[in-house]
Structures are given as C-alpha cells and as structure tokens.
Design a protein around this ligand. Sequence first.
Ligand SMILES: C[S@@+](CC[C@H](N)C(=O)[O-])C[C@H]1O[C@@H](n2cnc3c(N)ncnc32)[C@H](O)[C@@H]1O
Length: 298
Amino acid sequence: MSPPAKPGPVDRGGAPRSFDAHARSYDKLVNLNPGYHDHLRMSVRRLGLPANGAGLKLLDLGCGTGASTAALVEVLPRAEITAVDASAEMLSMARRKNWPSTVRFVHGNAENLAMSGIVGPYDGILAAYLLRNLVHQDAALRQFHRLLRPGAPIAVHEYSVRDSVRSRARWTAVCWGVIIPLGRMRAGSADLYRYLWRSVLQFDGVTALTKRMRDAGFEDVRVQTVPGWQQHIVHTFLGRRSAAEAEAEPPDGVLDPPAASLADIDADATTPIEGLRITPSPRPRPEPAPAPDPERAE
Ligand SMILES: C[S@@+](CC[C@H](N)C(=O)[O-])C[C@H]1O[C@@H](n2cnc3c(N)ncnc32)[C@H](O)[C@@H]1O
C-alpha cells in the first residue's frame, strides 16, 4: 500500500498525487468559486448532444470529485457515463456522492486509457481542467480523438490565458488575492494552488490549443469563453472527430496534420482577446452571449 499523500511541490505528471492530498478540501474550494458548476454545465451543453442523452456513451476524463460528472448527469441525465481519474482520493470523494446507475467511476491514467479497459467508441468526451496536467498532451489528444465515434464531439474545458495580457494579469490577481490564501486556509497547504497559478500561465494560449487540437485530428475546432471573472480565462475548446473518418487510422505520429490556422473564436464575450481575430460562429450557438459585467469591466 502506498503511504498517504502529503502536500508538497507539484509538477505536471505528479498532479494526481497532489490531488490525493487535497481531495477532502477540493469541493469546498470549488464551491466558493462563483460560476464553477454553471460553467461546466455550459461546456456540456456546448457539446451539442441530443436532449437528455438517451442511448449515448460519454467519457468524463479527469473527473476528480465528480463536479464535471455531475454537470454531465444534469444536462444529459439518460446518458451512460464513464468517469476516469488517476487520483484514488479524488475518486473516493466522488464515489461517496449519490449517482444514478448510469455512472461508473474508473481509476486510471488519462494518458493510457486502454490500460484501464477504456476503449470506446464514445459519443462524446468532456475533459475539464485535465489537459494542462498531462505530460504528453499531443499524444493524449490523439488518443481521445481515437476513442470517439466518427462525428462525435469533445469539450476541453480549460484555463487559457497566454494570449492575453489582461487575462494573465487578472488570473494572477485572483490566484494571489483569493485562491492561494483560501487554499492555504482550507487545505493547510497552498502547494496545489501555486501549481494551479503557474501551470495555467505556462499552458497553451487559445491559438496554440486550437492548433494542437486540429493537429490531433479534430475538425470543426472552435472556442467559447464563459461569463463572470473567468471571462477570457476559462474556455470551452470544442472539436469533433470527422464524420467521414474510417475507424481504422494510421498509428500515432503519422497523421497528416491540417494546415495551422488561426482559431475561430466565437464572439461570445464582450471584449476580444488581444491579438486574436474574433469571427462569428458558422452555426447557431445554444449559449446566449453573457451580459457585460460592469463590476469586472477592464
Ligand atoms: C482540477 S481537477 C478537475 C476535476 C473535475 N473535472 C472538475 O471539473 O472539477 C483535475 C483532475 O485531473 C486528474 N488528473 C490529472 N492528471 C491525470 C491523469 N494523467 N489521468 C487521469 N486523471 C488525471 C486529477 O487527479 C484531478 O482529479
């Protein structure tokens, strides 16, 4: 049996171990974050799956204590959901909650899902606040792509601030003014929350992540942000496996990536991200544009 997890310095590959140490206080902290659960539900709705999800098989990667799983259940209550996480403690907190019989939790590494018997195909994937923590992000995205049925969507729900000076500044102010002190108070250690701050600053900007998704084979890649203080900080990165694609695919590394181009960023927000061209979405969007928040005006 491995020794109990202790707080300590965190790196990308070691994140699940650190989440073990913080699992008990995780829900209290995210519940203090206004919009956290709403934004997860928003990303699920943006998948554009048929109402109530009957007959669909969905994957929640990096489900943690089940906040993203709950969002899937609320929006698509009749779908069959497999929720995966590498942290045994986060999963144990998730399993203590009440779930319908359509939900199952699997302890496994999202970088090697076949090892945990996750082979697909799935009708949709949600990966909320996961990708940034993975070591081999390109390979992981290619694997998620392969697990989808042709035509099926993915929503990568993630912080992405690199392309915007204002987003980076607001992120740093919220982390050092609120999240890190709260983490220290509630969890007795702020290591995970300092890692959160740092890892988000180091992670892809919107342009880089949309390119990364296209290079992994996703088509129809587009981005929408969320309202609240997280506007232009948290985004839903959407993509789908080509409907025309055959099930058989060349092995990793020999995919012919589509030409890199600037992402289509939905004009969902009141202010554009500096340096990015905002283009209207080619299809009707289910989400209404968030009202400008004068309190947060930049
Ligand atoms: C910030 S939490 C997000 C949890 C949940 N999706 C939510 O929205 O609240 C990130 C989760 O990703 C998990 N994680 C990190 N690396 C992972 C990996 N390689 N495989 C599976 N889970 C991983 C962590 O254990 C943690 O529970």
